[in-house]
Design a protein around this ligand. Structure first.
Ligand SMILES: [Zn+2]
Length: 445
C-alpha cells in the first residue's frame, strides 16, 4: 500500500462540468508524496477501512469537521501585484486619472526593493488566505522587484506565473515609468525569463515566467513583435488586456485598423498559452479568433464595473468553446477574493440578461467552474478538480450557517459561493503542502 502524504476524510465539492458541481459525501481524498491526488475512495469501496486505518497509523489522516467541506483551490488569472497597496482606492475616478495620478506613480515605487517585499508578502499571504492556490501576476517594469515577488511566492508556497511588464510607448506611458526603449523592454524581459527559470530550478518552487505586454496601447510595434518572438522562443504563457473598454477598442482601430484581438494575433501574442483579461467588447469575429488560437479569457467582473463599463459575455464565449477563468484584477478590482468575484460574475450576468440577452445569465455552478477548472485550463495545469491525477490544491471551507439553514447539497454549495469569507477558509494546500492555516486561531471553531 502507498504511504500517503495526507488523507482527508470528509465531503468534497468539485466542479464536474460547466453546469454542475459534484457534492460527494464522506470520501477519503488521498494525496501522494508528490502532492498529487492519487485516489478518492468512497465509503462503499472495499479498502476504505484499510486505507483509513493506515492513514491513522501513519498520523496523516485529516478529518474534515462536520459543516466544513473540501474544495479545490482557485486560480486567479489577473493580478497586478504592485497595485495591492492601493486596492479599493480611487475606484470612483475616471480611468485616466486612476492610472496617471494613482497607479503609474505607485508602480514606479517598486524600484524600492524593501517596499516591494513588504507589499508582496502581504498580497501573497492574503491571496492564499482567500483560497487562491495559483496566481497569474503582472509585476512592474522592475526585474528586481519581480524576482522578489517570485521569491515570496516560493517561500509562502503559492504556484505563480509572473511577468515583467513591458511598456515603452512614449505616447501612452509616463516618462517616469516606462522602459527606455524597445530594446530595453525586450532585453529585460529575456533577462527576467532566465532569472526566474534559474530561481525555479534552484528552489523547485512552481514558478513560470510570462510574456507581459501591458496592453497594446502601452507598447511600440517593435516591442509587440519582439515579445511575440520571445513567447515562441521560450514556449511561454502570455498575458495582457484585450478589448477591456470602448476606448481600448477604438485605439486599436485607429492605430492598426484592426480589432484589439487581431492586433495581438498579428504579433504572435494570441496563442493557446495566452490569457487575455476582460474582453468586454469582443465581437463574434474576435471570439472566433480566440477559439481558433485556443486562447483563454480572464473574466474580471468587479473591475469591469469600474473600468470596462460593461459585462463580458461569458455564456456566449463558453458556448463558442472559449476557455474562461476568473481574475480579481487587483486593483482595478478591490477584492483579493475569488469568492467575491464569483458572486459578481453571477450578478453582472443578470444585467446582460436584463438588457435583452436571454441566455446571458450564469449560475453559481458556472462561476465555480470558471474559478477552478477554467483557470487551471488557461494555464494548462492539472489542477482545479478533486480527482485522481490532479494536483492537491485544496481548501477546507466552513459553512458558517450549517447549523441554522437547510443542508441539502445544492443549498450548501450556493451558500458557500455567496457567504464564504476569509474567516471561513480554515486551511489551504498547494500540491499537498499546507500554505495557510487558521485552525486554532478561533478556539478550534
Ligand atoms: Zn489589468
Amino acid at each position: 500500500m502507498i504511504t500517503y502524504q495526507i488523507v482527508f476524510e470528509g465531503t468534497i465539492i468539485s466542479s464536474a462540468t460547466f453546469d454542475k458541481a459534484d457534492f460527494t459525501p464522506e470520501v477519503l481524498t488521498c494525496v501522494d508524496q508528490s502532492g498529487t491526488i492519487d485516489r478518492v475512495i468512497s465509503a462503499t469501496d472495499s479498502d476504505y477501512q484499510s486505507v483509513k486505518q493506515a492513514a491513522i497509523d501513519n498520523h496523516v489522516l485529516q478529518k474534515i469537521p462536520e459543516g466544513s467541506f473540501l474544495l479545490p483551490g482557485f486560480t486567479d488569472l489577473h493580478i497586478h501585484a504592485p497595485q495591492w497597496s492601493q486596492a479599493g482606492l480611487a475606484l470612483d475616478k475616471p480611468l485616466n486619472e486612476w492610472l496617471n495620478t494613482y497607479t503609474f506613480p505607485l508602480e514606479a515605487k517598486f524600484k524600492d526593493l524593501s517596499f516591494a517585499k513588504k507589499v508582496y508578502q502581504s498580497l501573497v499571504k492574503e491571496l492564499l488566505a482567500h483560497g487562491t492556490t495559483t496566481g497569474l501576476y503582472f509585476g512592474s517594469i522592475h526585474n528586481d522587484a519581480n524576482l522578489e515577488l517570485a521569491k515570496v511566492c516560493a517561500q509562502l508556497g503559492q504556484r505563480a506565473f509572473i511577468g515583467k511588464v513591458a511598456m515603452d510607448n512614449p505616447e501612452q506611458t509616463p516618462d517616469y515609468y516606462r522602459d527606455d526603449s524597445s530594446q530595453v523592454s525586450l532585453k529585460e524581459t529575456e533577462k527576467f525569463i532566465k532569472a526566474l527559470q534559474e530561481l525555479q530550478n534552484h528552489t523547485q518552487a512552481e514558478l513560470t515566467p510570462v510574456i507581459t505586454p501591458r496592453f497594446v496601447p502601452s507598447c511600440t510595434d517593435e516591442t509587440l513583435y519582439g515579445l511575440g518572438k520571445l513567447a515562441q522562443k521560450y514556449n511561454l504563457p502570455i498575458q495582457s488586456h484585450c478589448s477591456e473598454s470602448i476606448w481600448e477598442d477604438r485605439y486599436a482601430q485607429e492605430r492598426f485598423k484592426k480589432s484589439d484581438t487581431q492586433v495581438l494575433d498579428q504579433f504572435g501574442l494570441l496563442t493557446d498559452k495566452a490569457v487575455m483579461a476582460h474582453g468586454t467588447q469582443l465581437t463574434d469575429a474576435d471570439f472566433k479568433l480566440f477559439r481558433e488560437r485556443k486562447a483563454s479569457l480572464a473574466h474580471c467582473p468587479i473591475s469591469n464595473v469600474y473600468f470596462g463599463n460593461s459585462v463580458m459575455r461569458v455564456q456566449d464565449a463558453h458556448q463558442k468553446n472559449i476557455n474562461i477563468g476568473l481574475g480579481t484584477d487587483i486593483s482595478g478590482g478591490f477584492s483579493p477574493s475569488i469568492y467575491r468575484n464569483m458572486q459578481q460574475a453571477v450578478m453582472s450576468s443578470q444585467i446582460l440578461k436584463d438588457n435583452g440577452n436571454d441566455n446571458a445569465r450564469i449560475t453559481c455552478a458556472n462561476a465555480f467552474y470558471l474559478a477552478t477548472i477554467g483557470g487551471a485550463k488557461a494555464l494548462h495545469l492539472n489542477s482545479g478538480q478533486i480527482k485522481p491525477g490532479f494536483k492537491a490544491d485544496l481548501q477546507i471551507v466552513q459553512d458558517q450557517y450549517f447549523d441554522v439553514f437547510s443542508n441539502n447539497a445544492s443549498d450548501i454549495f450556493e451558500r458557500l459561493v455567496y457567504h464564504t469569507n476569509k474567516e471561513n477558509i480554515k486551511q489551504v494546500y498547494v500540491s499537498g503542502k499546507l500554505v495557510h492555516n487558521s485552525v486554532g486561531e478561533d478556539n478550534g471553531k
